[in-house]
Design a protein around this ligand. Sequence first.
Ligand code: SAH
Length: 214
Amino acid sequence: MESYRHKGLRKALVNILRDRGISNEHILKAIGEVPRHLFLDKAFEEWAYKDQAFPIKAGQTISQPYTVAFQTELLEPSKSEKVLEIGTGSGYQACILSHLFKKVYTIERQKTLFDHTNDILQKMGYSKIRTLYGDGYKGAPRFAPFDKILVTAGATTVPEVLLEQLKIGGSLVVPVGIGDDKEMLRIKRTSENSYEKNSFGIFRFVPFKKGTVE
Ligand code: SAH
């Protein structure tokens, strides 16, 4: 259920994110509109608008709002572009993206989580989001190339296949590192065979894993 209380809590969250340095007003507006409490299990609903990550089904987490906003800002969203998200999880990040892009594709490797989130997104009527069950390491060749690709799980190396599915001028945002601390990278495809890499600080994520789980 959506209430005035939830709207008030979202407004407070937007202010926290602004104070932490998120400045893209379109992103702040989307965070002010998407009902994050509907993406959490009932037990955590009360805390939905805290700037924290929470456990969701299948041992995964819904990312912290700051991380969602930060990664989205690095994508430099545009209403004319299509974006691919790897790691649907709760579906919250996909909804934020759907407010900022023309079309959103999102892949989840765990079937139970995929089914659960797919149901929620359909009930909420997010028709711009195309959910896919599969291994994000392979990207989504059927729908490539993409203007932007976002990985919301922590990788150990840069997933090369995803770079190949970028348009020229497009970019991949991906947390990469060997241990728990992942370096937030944005890699822009500047021509057919050249890429430009920039780093934006350290974050923690659940692991980017190969293969699918039934
Ligand atoms: N964007 C999500 C964050 C979920 S956590 C949200 O807003 O809630 C990361 C998710 O990535 C998990 O659900 C995990 O199952 C998924 N994941 C990990 N490796 C993957 C892969 N190879 N392909 C697709 N999804 C993957």
